[in-house]
Design a protein around this ligand. Structure first.
Ligand code: ADP
Ligand code: MG
Length: 730
């Protein structure tokens, strides 16, 4: 029988996909049409219910039962007007994806009358069977009780799959005893904490500020390949990455993809998923090719962080589904292909006030610039103090392949701020003393008109190698992996910022109480923070060997693997941080730690299994088949009485193949033994370390032999789609 690979190639050539890039819908006519926006709420709700919803969104005010019923019936009326029959609570369990359980509006009353119903209870709370979601030991599985609770800050939306339309209610997911079991709850709590802390500090400068929100603009990188080819690779199907594959003769060295035009088939796919995204109110703005062949990126206009997180997760879902329609596969894994760039998801983060000010943008006056400096330096201090936690927030089995792989930032957390701001901080450090005034020229120097061009000049190039870069009016957390839920790094970033601002305010207030003038007190503490935290600042090449040595000399943590990086979640600093800000209790932090470790173990375990299986049932049979062809050929030449020179080449290939078969198979056996040993380890952390240190090292070794075999075996016999086919054929 023909291999899946050859069938997929046949059908790729035989049935070119109909690429239709015609017709363009004006974005504004469809934007948000599947979202229950406040504007629609205004239309579908009574004044009273509308006010209650708005109060709940703006200040977390509780919605009572009768209001809940009114809002639910308004949402239902809107959804039904769009042909919706089912609803689901939509949430983000710690498995990294989203979950939903569909119920219909349809129900039967006590007297047997069938009706369509959606009341406040159904809107506000549901009890999905929680037993199969990870809980890190918080909830004994037999108890199987957790519930989802409506999050009014993220609007309800309609998800269309084929002809089916489902009303999705964004919710948080908590155990029966109230512990959070999802990615979203800590994010919402961190936004609350940050709001309080940032408002208190912002009021030094502007009494009118009464709310501060974190903003997030993510940049999503991904690969797109032909679905037939992707489905012929069991490793891609099960793990999201290719565990084998000899590099293509042409990779990204010509740099022709980055600057090239988007391939038509991918372009049609983009147009299609963008349209779906616009209907869902996801404000996509840019699309382009990325560095590696078949790699692309899209990014929206930034939004309030909670909504931006939902939109990112939702978009990943939309992209997966739309890709199927185009017979394409989207790969969100951090490193789907060895030897070419991996994918990240830069998180652009800033703070915005209800007075319309971006707190991380330099201003026009000394006063606004002092405010900018305050928040700017507090970020640096926060990242410095909590670098291991920030590192933990982006740790995953997938991201381990990418971080430090010479194209992505290393696992060392450092901050790039550019030459201009580096000089400003140096000057502050040297000059600020008793005679400082609020008209000091340092503050004048930060004038936005003069500064911004300099900042932009600064930020064009070198910051690319930094995991955390200041880019003019926001920080860009670049170490986040492409498959990650941004809620996790964002919750950590908000939390460490909130805590740092609390401490900052305490110190400033202390000085003011001692009689210091407010501006001078602020400047004093800023200066102190610069001194405390400057070792986290780095302007050089983050990819270089020298930086690793230099970072070690500075005493900066460098944790390249997930099992050890995750420790930061349960170290005292993190436990105290999360507990004091009411973001996570100790029990919740420890449960999360456990869940992440388990997820790491499972991922490496699955990779190990699929590797073993592919070698045994795909690679070796193909290799043996070709081995036999060679043997036959050599025997034939020999029988004809020809000299050994006539089959010297064949013999050489035969020897090579035989060697790789034997050594590869041998390593697989050793890996299986190592896995058995790791599986026997009781403690989750030790088990994760065993998988990382004892099992994973076999992966590259096995791969070496398999990739060599790929190079030597008759192309017709090779069962797995090759890199050049996946990366260049569409
Ligand atoms: P580029 O990095 O391509 O030059 P930008 O710097 O304008 O483009 O924006 C990159 C991303 O940063 C976009 O997703 C954008 O929405 C986001 N962004 C811009 N300003 C902010 C902000 N104040 N807060 C959060 N994200 C922002
Ligand atoms: Mg950018």
């Amino acid at each position: 029988m023909e291999s899946l690979r050859l069938k997929a190639l046949d059908s790729l050539f035989a049935n070119p996909v109909d690429v239709n890039v015609e017709g363009s819908t004006k974005i504004t006519t469809i934007f948000g049409e599947n979202v229950f926006t406040l504007k629609k709420a205004r239309h579908y709700l009574s004044d009273e219910a509308y006010k209650s919803l708005v109060a709940s969104i703006n200040s977390g005010k509780k919605i009572d039962r009768s209001m809940g019923n009114q809002i639910a019936s308004g949402i239902k009326a809107w959804a039904e007007s769009r042909g919706v029959t089912h609803f689901t609570h939509w949430f983000q369990p710690l498995t990294g994806t989203t979950a939903e359980k569909h119920d219909s509006f349809f129900t039967i009353k006590g007297d047997g009358t069938p009706i369509e119903q959606f009341d406040g209870d159904a809107l506000i709370q549901q009890e999905p069977d929680a037993s199969s979601f990870p809980s890190g030991g918080l909830r004994a599985t037999f108890e199987a009780r957790g519930y989802t609770a409506w999050d009014p800050t993220s609007p309800a939306f309609i998800f269309e799959v084929g002809n089916g339309k489902t009303l999705c209610i964004p919710t948080i997911f908590v155990s029966y005893t109230g512990e959070s079991l999802d990615a979203k709850t800590p994010l919402l709590r961190s936004l609350d904490a940050l709001n309080k802390s940032a408002v208190a500090v912002a009021q030094y400068f502007d009494r009118n500020v009464s709310k501060v929100t974190a903003t997030l603009g993510w940049e999503q990188e991904y690969f797109v390949i032909d679905a037939g080819l992707a489905n012929s690779r069991p490793d891609l199907v099960l793990t999201g990455r290719t565990v084998f594959g000899h590099s293509s003769a042409k990779g990204q060295q010509l740099e022709d993809h980055y600057f090239g035009s988007i391939p038509e088939r991918v372009y049609a796919f983009m147009r299609d998923f963008e349209e779906e995204a616009y209907k869902l109110g996801i404000p996509l703005r840019t699309r382009h090719n990325e560095v590696a062949p078949a790699q692309f990126e899209c990014a929206p206009i930034f939004e309030e962080a909670g909504v931006a997180v939902d939109h990112n997760i939702l978009l990943m879902d939309v992209m997966n589904r739309v890709a199927k329609r185009h017979k394409l596969a989207v790969l969100f894994h951090e490193k789907p292909f060895a030897g070419i760039n991996g994918s990240g998801k830069h998180n652009n983060w800033s703070l915005s006030t209800d007075t319309g000010v971006n707190l991380l943008a330099p201003g026009k006056t000394p006063k606004t610039n002092l405010m900018f400096l305050t928040f700017f330096v507090n970020v640096i201090k926060a990242v410095h103090d909590y670098a291991p936690l920030l590192r933990a927030s982006i740790a995953s089995a997938g991201n381990d392949h990418r971080l430090g792989a010479n194209e992505a930032p290393p696992a060392i957390i450092s901050i790039f701020i550019g030459k201009f701001l580096t000089e400003v901080l140096q000057e502050i450090k040297e000059r600020v003393g008793d005679n400082f005034t609020e008209q000091d020229e340092i503050l004048l120097k930060l004038d936005i008109h003069k500064t911004i061009p300099e900042l932009l000049l600064d930020n064009t190039d070198r910051n690319r190698t930094s995991p955390f870069a200041f880019t003019g009016n926001k920080f860009e957390f670049r170490a986040v992996g492409s498959s990650a839920n941004c809620a996790i790094p964002m919750a950590v970033l908000n939390a460490i910022m909130a805590k740092t601002l609390d401490r900052f305010k305490e110190e400033v207030d202390g000085l003011i109480e001692k009689g210091e003038k407010k501006e001078v007190a602020i400047m004093e503490v800023i200066k102190k923070y610069i001194v405390d935290a400057e070792k986290v600042l780095f302007e050089g090449d983050g990819y270089s060997e020298e930086w690793h040595a230099e970072a070690a000399r500075r005493g900066l943590p460098n944790l390249p693997t997930t099992p050890l990086a995750l420790d930061a979640y349960v170290e005292e600093a993190a436990l105290e941080l999360f507990e004091s800000l009411h973001i996570l209790t100790h029990a919740e932090s420890e449960a999360r730690h456990e869940i992440m470790l388990e997820s790491y173990i499972k991922r490496v375990q699955i990779e190990g299994r699929i590797m073993g299986e592919l070698v045994t049932s795909h690679i070796l049979p193909a290799a043996v088949k070709y081995q036999n062809v060679l043997i036959e050929n050599i025997r034939g030449l020999k029988e004809l009485g020809l000299s050994s020179e006539t089959y010297a080449n064949q013999l050489q290939i035969l020897e090579k193949i035989t060697k790789h078969i034997n050594e590869g198979a041998d390593l697989v056996e050793k890996m299986i033994q190592a896995r058995k040993k790791a599986n026997a380890v009781e403690n989750t952390r030790d088990k994760a370390i065993a998988y990382c240190d004892e099992v994973k090292p076999y992966f590259d070794k096995i791969r070496y032999h398999v990739d060599k075999l790929e190079l030597h075996i008759d192309d017709n016999f090779w069962p797995l789609p090759k890199y050049r086919e996946m990366l260049f054929l569409r």
